[in-house]
Ligand binder design. Structure first.
Ligand code: NAD
Length: 427
């Protein structure tokens, strides 16, 4: 495709009807992908054994997860095609559908509190914790120098030490003095960076206070790295006031009942973790941070909030800590993660973070809308029926036919898929 024909809009109609190689072409043209990235996307099992063997211990194989592209996303005025790695059906479609319904009203707008991570140093056996806390706080300049000397590359990129906090935490094992070093890790997720600083600093803290340091590790409750996204869905776009009000009721249920909130937030993480995984970032770090943040008031609550605007439209917002990077960990070494990041065209870790937050909000919109109207199963079942057909042993055209039959019979389960396949083959 020539430059002037490159589609710069994320609204690619009929994308799902294209063959896989045609989709790769469209995405590559949209993002202007280099040939090596384009080739990498076309490899179904795309990680070299030698590389995999060096990424983790005792490697025996790899497991491939499908990567889909969410269309229709517009984030801070820019159209983006978003790669999502997930084994669950309906997740990619849910994001594209939600994004389509708010595209005309501007898509998603985002903001961030910063790119600062916290590392904790635990100090024990302190008879006078109040005094120890002040002893540490008095050393702020020295601490800044020690931390920054650990990572001249980061400091050269404008990152490094930013702040010092010392907290007293009462536990059944006594009062502990917990030092937080706050470090701007820029385009890195930052775990290794801040862990190194905490380990380097700990002996000094022990010496200054006369106590014993134990754990030295980052906190995944990255509340200095909070991202927010918001979007407005017009009442017309979502199907009227009844749908809107039902969605508000669904949200209130989640925000006030932890049993519901857990599932509501799981849906949000369906979207968020899929992009985190596709980009080679640490899904567990993001998930633990999100859930800890959801419980920060002492009650586990919704990560999103929903309200009706003065004009009667539906406004949604999401806010959560999101520690992802463009360098470090697997991000720079996994060739598929690099190719997928190239599709996103994120220049900074903050760009990536903002897109991921928008995906979380979009996912939540679709899940709540489905639950509050027709129920989740209808949309879910078409692909689920195909998975059951595969599991029953269907191949080629049999897959679609078996799925169609069990949906028509309204018995979408493994036994029905087996029977439908046997009948089909018997014909
Ligand atoms: P890293 O140490 O591999 O890379 C970060 C370093 O890259 C920085 O310290 C800096 O020196 C350098 N760098 C180069 N260009 C940079 C730029 N533009 N911006 C910032 N730094 C730049 O990785 P990391 O991000 O410190 O750590 C991430 C890894 O740590 C992930 O693999 C994660 O799974 C793992 N990890 C996580 C936890 C946890 O979440 N609890 C704990 C330990 C390790």
């Amino acid at each position: 495709m020539t430059e002037d024909k490159i589609p710069r809009t994320s609204r690619i109609s009929g994308f799902h009807k294209l063959a896989v190689d045609e989709r790769i072409e469209q995405v590559a043209a949209f993002a202007g992908l280099a040939d090596d990235h384009r080739r990498q996307l076309a490899l179904p099992s795309n990680i070299d054994t030698h590389l995999a063997d060096h990424m983790i211990e005792n490697m025996v194989t790899t497991i491939a997860i499908p990567v889909g592209i969410a269309t229709n996303m517009r984030v801070d005025g820019r159209d983006v095609l978003v790669p999502m790695a997930t084994e669950e059906s309906s997740v990619v479609a849910a994001v594209g559908n939600a994004a389509r319904q708010c595209y005309e009203s501007g898509g998603f707008a985002t903001s961030m509190s910063g790119t600062e991570m916290i590392a904790q140093i635990q100090l024990l056996d302190i008879p006078d914790p109040v005094r120890a806390r002040l002893l540490v706080l008095e050393r702020r300049e020295e601490i800044e120098n020690i931390c920054n000397a650990c990572d001249p590359v980061l400091v050269g990129l404008g990152g490094g030490f930013r702040d010092l906090e010392v907290r007293l935490v009462d536990t059944p094992a006594g009062r502990m003095v917990i030092t937080h070093i706050v470090v701007d890790t820029r385009d890195a997720m930052g775990a290794n960076a801040v862990n190194s600083m905490a380990e380097r600093l700990a002996p000094d803290i022990a010496a200054w206070t006369g106590g014993r340091t134990l754990l030295r590790i980052l906190s995944n409750l990255a509340d200095r790295r909070v991202v927010r996204a918001r979007a407005t869905w017009t009442c017309d776009a979502i199907g009227g006031t009844r749908v809107r009000d039902a969605m508000i009721d669904a949200y209130q249920f989640a925000d006030n009942d932890p049993y519901r909130a857990a599932t509501h937030n799981k849906g949000i993480m369906n979207g968020i973790s899929a992009v985190v995984l596709a980009t080679g970032n640490d899904t567990r770090a993001v998930e633990s941070g999100a859930h800890a943040f959801a419980a920060r008031t002492g009650r586990y609550r919704s990560l999103t909030s929903w309200e009706v605007t003065a004009g009667g439209d539906l406004a949604g917002a999401i806010e959560l800590p999101l520690a992802v990077g463009l360098v470090g960990g697997a991000v720079k070494i996994h060739p598929t993660a690099r190719a997928l990041l190239a599709i996103l065209q994120a220049e900074t870790a903050s760009d990536l973070t903002r897109i991921i937050a928008a995906v979380g909000l979009a996912q939540n919109f679709s899940a709540m809308k489905a639950l509050a109207t027709e129920g989740i199963q209808r949309g879910h079942m078409a692909l689920h029926a195909q998975n059951l057909a595969f599991a029953a042993g269907a191949v080629g055209n049999e897959v679609g036919e078996v799925a169609r039959r069990i949906i028509a019979q309204r018995s979408i389960n493994e036994a029905a898929a087996g029977t439908a396949l046997a009948e089909l083959r018997g014909q």
